[in-house]
Design a protein around this ligand. Sequence first.
Ligand SMILES: Cc1cc2nc3c(=O)[nH]c(=O)nc-3n(C[C@H](O)[C@H](O)[C@H](O)COP(=O)(O)OP(=O)(O)OC[C@H]3O[C@@H](n4cnc5c(N)ncnc54)[C@H](O)[C@@H]3O)c2cc1C
Length: 409
Amino acid sequence: MKIGIIGAGVTGLALGRLLSSKFNVEILESSNKIGGIASTKTINDVTYHTIGGHCLNSKHQEVLDFIFDIIPKNNFNQIIRDAKILFKNHYIRYPIEFAIKEIYNIDKKIAFNITKDFLSTSNENSTNLEEWFINNFGDTLAQEYLIPYNTKIWNNDLRNMNYDWVIDKLPTPSPYDFFESLMNYKSDDMPHATFFYPVTNNQNDFLSALANDLNIVLNCKVTKIMKNSKKWIVNDSYKYDILINTSPLNNLFDLIYDAPADIKSYAQLLKYNKVTTMLWESNSQDFSWLYIPSQEIKFHRVINIGKFFLPNKNYMITEAIGEIDYNTMEAIGKKLDFLIKPIGHNISEHAYVVFDNNTNNVKKILMEYLDSVGMITVGRFGEWEYYNMDICIKKALEVFNRLVTQYES
Ligand SMILES: Cc1cc2nc3c(=O)[nH]c(=O)nc-3n(C[C@H](O)[C@H](O)[C@H](O)COP(=O)(O)OP(=O)(O)OC[C@H]3O[C@@H](n4cnc5c(N)ncnc54)[C@H](O)[C@@H]3O)c2cc1C
């Protein structure tokens, strides 16, 4: 039984690790390196997350067990998140729902209106993402922060987006938690409230440990997938009994030799965003990352990557949606006085799946087609979902358990 996996990102590597214990596995990776969008590069001895800063944690114990089984926990530093929001030129703590006292010191009327609206939210059914923010957080918080920030990060009118992705991604405090935060210091219970970063100060070492001893063919872009009665045949030469895709779904159907034309055109309806990042020498700052809702600064987030390292260093990564050239990124950076000098610049391919009104229907049609031909697809772009690394690993575990049950029985 030979299994082929397309892509050596976190999903492909986790699958490879798991499946290699039972099957003959080969991973085909188009790039000259492993790790996909989680991989880093080193500039002036500093780890640069070219697609944007990454922190690792999970609320799923089986995922943590898998990780710490490969890389013992003492190979990671555990770092406390200190995220901030640049709100009307003031730094306030994240999540914003627990920062009402700080907003009160900036603008009493806004603080009052946020409280009044939050405590009278209806939680009624929403038809789009903008309505969901208003219905769950109240009009003032939605207008002052959630809508401007999310419009930036999605580069989209939120009234044309669905909200399926949001549930596990945002802290959604109850009215009682909100009230308590007005009285006492309150923290959210999101998994990344603390996070793990390799003691080597480089995420690539986590990825390399995942890849260790796996059979990975680098520089091998999959361009043609065929199936005869028994085997999958990839690029006319690699033969597999089972084929698992982790590459982006919107491109996959152009690779499948006899995929129907209507399936190929449905796949073109899937939308995604690219991200541009810049690595900077910086001043020292306390925040681990900073959210910027203002439309006047094109960066939506600044990662204080130097705070992920021990000992700390003074380096930051700025992120902006879309393709932005070096000079424009450098000019935007002049608006933030803690940024000193750019030392790296990158424009991604796939970074964020965009959930518009077509996404769910299109995905359903594409998944049904893949089911009908017997191809497994998994991962952030393989399933077209807003998955973090831990959920990619969780999904890899699910595929592994399914295949073992199927083929060992
Ligand atoms: C800005 C940003 C910040 C993030 N922050 C975090 C965070 O803090 N914490 C966290 O846990 N997660 C974070 N994530 C999410 C995390 O990066 C992803 O969940 C994870 O890396 C996805 O892995 P994957 O293997 O599914 O996909 P990918 O990494 O995209 O891997 C797919 C692989 O397939 C290869 N491939 C594509 N086409 C072909 C082809 N035709 N032939 C062969 N190979 C091919 C690609 O080269 C790639 O290596 C973040 C993502 C972004 C964009």
